[in-house]
Design a protein around this ligand. Structure first.
Ligand code: FMN
Length: 410
């Protein structure tokens, strides 16, 4: 019987990765459900990636800390957070304070809690665009994280942040050969080459590191993943991990069915094949996402490309919120968090933190609903079972079955 191939990143063995889905959609509940499913006979073992972004805001730790820290800060925070409008002079003065200790502490507290709650291997996604990237990375190491996967900006000094001789496995999400080589060179200088490179193509959900023009080009979207796979193989050929192995290449963006997995895993460049896949959209039904977000995936016929204050385009489901933003109707009146290095609240079309947290909390009319190109395949058939959303074990079994059928060995 043909099974989805097992592969290793360092000492971690798996048959695929479920990519992080921020804010809060790949939390400990979901990750543990994948881990438990993967221990069962005949169920593929997918490693879930924790999303650390915005945890302190999502769980209310930042708000609580601010409320306890003084009336004036609390008043201004509320004005901004509730979009009631705050004068620039008012919020500018507190911006630094908002960002400082309290924000960092709140996010760290949430991350510690999440990592402690994960029962199997601990894999974490960090977005370089976040203001508290360094602190989150150090906290994760402190909490015994096994693998850090970094994306959303060039985190070329990550080994330095966590200390180069740490045995934490490091992975980078890249959009092509050039970025892959940059990571090999920069991390190599710190004596810690990438333990895995994840090539993320233009069909991925969430933020896509491509231009709006590229994402509007059907030919680029269709062939982009294979193109970057070949580039990455060429760019990383001369490098190896600290264990002397060639650098494992995973691919992300566009695998929805087991048949897609089979096809992508058969690509070959210079005798090298992708080691495995990182997938997300297929897993949204089983994730910690809100039921409203899951239902919106079933109802959607296609994705839309939106602009995001993170600095990259985003792949999301069209809704009223996005339409209003496009028409220029929505503007933050100030910044309640200052969570991103890349966001200028004066120019940002909306607050991405607030929009993603709204979605996570089920308020999808006021939120951005991230989903990949394959959201068109999310249907009652694969997203629902027995009157509820499909769970991790069921998705894993479905993928394994589809893979076997594609391999002609059902
Ligand atoms: C709802 C959603 C949220 C995402 N959030 C993040 C994130 O916070 N960080 C990140 O690096 N990638 C994020 N991604 C990208 C995924 O981790 C993954 O690489 C990609 O979606 C794979 O493509 P697929 O959805 O076609 O399987 C997100 C994707 C989705 C669908």
């Amino acid at each position: 019987m043909t099974e989805i191939l097992k592969f290793k990143i360092g000492n971690l063995e798996m048959q695929g990765i479920v990519g992080a889905m921020g804010v809060g959609n790949t939390g400990p509940n979901f990750i543990n459900s994948l881990y438990e499913a993967g221990k069962k006979e005949g169920v593929p073992n997918f490693l879930g990636t924790l999303s650390a972004v915005g945890g302190g805001i999502l769980k209310g730790y930042f708000r609580d800390a601010l409320r306890d820290s003084g009336e004036e800060r609390w008043r201004i925070h509320n004005l901004i957070a509730n979009s009631e409008g705050a004068k620039k002079e008012e919020w500018e003065g507190v911006m630094k304070e908002l960002l400082s200790e309290l924000y960092i502490e709140a996010d760290n507290k949430s991350l510690r809690e999440d990592l402690q709650a994960i029962r199997g291997p601990k894999a974490l996604n960090l977005m370089f665009a976040t203001q508290n990237y360094d602190e989150l990375a150090r906290t994760a190491v402190d909490e015994g994280v096994d693998l850090i996967v970094t994306g959303a900006g060039p985190a070329l000094r990550l080994p330095k942040i966590i200390s180069a001789d740490s045995d934490v496995l490091l992975g980078a999400i890249v959009n092509g050969g050039r970025t892959a080589e940059k990571y090999c060179k920069s991390w190599g200088k710190y004596g810690h080459s990438p333990d895995v490179i994840i090539g993320e193509g233009p069909k991925a959900g969430g933020h896509d590191a491509y231009t709006l023009e590229q994402l509007a080009d059907p030919d680029f979207v269709e062939k982009g993943l294979e193109k970057i796979f070949r580039e990455i193989v060429q760019a990383t050929k001369g490098y190896s991990t600290i264990r002397g192995e060639s650098i494992p290449i995973l691919l992300a963006g566009g695998a929805f069915y087991g048949g897609d997995m089979k096809k992508i895993l058969s690509w070959e460049e210079d005798g090298i094949k992708p080691l495995g896949l990182q997938m997300s959209t297929r897993w949204l039904c089983a994730s910690d996402a809100s039921d409203e977000h899951k239902q919106a995936c079933i109802d959607a016929d296609e994705r839309s490309i939106i602009k995001s204050p993170v600095g990259y385009p985003g792949s999301a489901i069209e809704n009223e919120f996005i339409r209003k933003v496009r028409e220029g109707e929505r503007h933050p009146t100030g910044c309640a968090y200052h969570c991103l290095r890349t966001c200028n609240p004066d120019e940002a079309p909306y607050c991405i933190a607030k929009a993603l947290i709204n979605t996570r909390n089920g308020n999808v009319d006021e939120g951005v609903l991230f989903a990949g190109y394959n959201v068109k395949h999310c249907s009652n058939e694969n997203f629902r079972r027995n009157g509820r959303f499909t769970n991790s074990e069921e998705v894993s079994r479905d993928l394994a079955r589809e893979y076997r059928v594609a391999a002609g060995s059902s």
